[in-house]
Each structure stands twice: as structure tokens, then as C-alpha cells.
Design a protein around this ligand. Structure first.
Ligand SMILES: [Ca+2]
Ligand SMILES: [Ca+2]
Length: 176
């Protein structure tokens, strides 16, 4: 909730919506964010776009685990399966540091996010997907239990139905 305003230049020519993280976004039509059939899907992680693949987070457990200032310039590689797909996306690789339950969320991002988590070694395997954490929180949250130490995940963040902002934030929490 606190990092906005310090991150990145304003985007030229467009007034961004939702730059105030405390603001409740306007009503949005659910179901409008159908998957984009033109989005790329690569089974081989080596083929991931440089523009959208932001790298390896290692085994970090932190809030934030990563921030990205300019999703508006990312490419649209992934077609996520829950109320998203057609928007630009970014992706990280993350490796489970210890077997257990973890929660991933995009709280603190300044746009309406959609998040999907896949098995990095087999990116067609979707492990979780979420648009809105709740009816009043348009950021995304996924909890995965029974994650095995050493398994690598591909964490994809994009905007709902074409939305984007100038801050994408990923938090990773270990549940006890
Ligand atoms: Ca996408
Ligand atoms: Ca959302």
C-alpha cells in the first residue's frame, strides 16, 4: 500500500487508472477477459520471451518478493485461464525452499491483476489461477499446499481484460 508514486516514470500519453491502491476500482464486467487465442504458449521455458520473463527469484519468501515497474511494455505471452489471457503479462520462476504451503498474492499492485501459477518444468500444467482475492479486492491470491522442496514454479501476472499499471507486485508468504 505504500510504495506507489516512487516507482517508475509515468506512462506517456495515458492517464493510468487505479494508481491509488486504496481506491476501489470501478465496476467491471466479469467474463469479458476471455483467453486470447493469439497469445503464445511455450512448453519449453527456454523459449520464454525476454520481455515478459523477468528471471529467477530463487527461493525468496518475502513481501514483496518482486516488483516490476512497467508491465505496460511487457508482451502478451501467456493466456491465463481465469478471467484473463488477453493482457500483457510478466512471469517469474520461483523454487520451493522447503516443503509446505505457500500463499502468493499481488497485493500492492496498482491495477486489477490476474495471476496464474504453472509447473515450470511442464508449463502446460496449471497449478492455480486467480483473478480477484475477494469481491472487494481485485488483486490476486493463490494458496498452494503440499509444495515439495526443490520444485520450480512459473508465476505469471497479468492484467484483467487489458488493464495494466505501472507497478506489479508479487508477495510470497509461507503458511505455518
Ligand atoms: Ca496474457
Ligand atoms: Ca483481478
Amino acid at each position: 500500500m505504500s510504495l506507489l508514486g516512487a516507482c517508475g516514470p509515468a506512462l506517456e500519453g495515458e492517464e493510468l487508472e487505479g494508481t491509488d491502491p486504496t481506491a476501489v476500482p470501478a465496476e467491471k464486467p466479469k467474463g469479458a477477459g476471455a483467453p486470447d487465442p493469439t497469445a503464445f504458449e511455450f512448453a519449453d521455458p527456454g523459449m520464454v520471451h525476454a520481455q515478459t520473463f523477468l528471471g529467477d527469484l530463487g527461493k525468496v519468501v518475502a513481501s514483496p518478493a518482486a516488483t516490476y515497474a512497467s508491465i505496460s511494455t511487457a508482451s502478451n505471452q501467456w493466456s491465463v485461464s481465469c478471467n484473463g489471457g488477453s493482457s500483457r503479462d510478466i512471469a517469474y520462476v520461483w523454487t520451493v525452499p522447503a516443503t509446505g504451503s505457500y500463499t502468493f498474492n499481488t497485493y500492492g499492485s496498482n491495477f486489477d491483476t490476474v495471476m496464474q501459477i504453472r509447473n515450470y518444468k511442464s508449463t502446460s500444467e496449471v497449478m492455480g489461477c486467480n483473478d480477484d482475492a475477494s469481491s472487494s479486492n481485485y488483486q490476486s491470491r493463490i494458496t498452494l499446499s503440499g509444495l515439495v522442496k526443490g520444485v520450480s514454479l512459473l508465476i505469471i501476472i497479468e492484467g484483467y481484460s487489458g488493464e495494466y499499471g505501472n507497478l506489479a507486485r508479487l508477495n510470497i508468504v509461507k503458511n505455518n
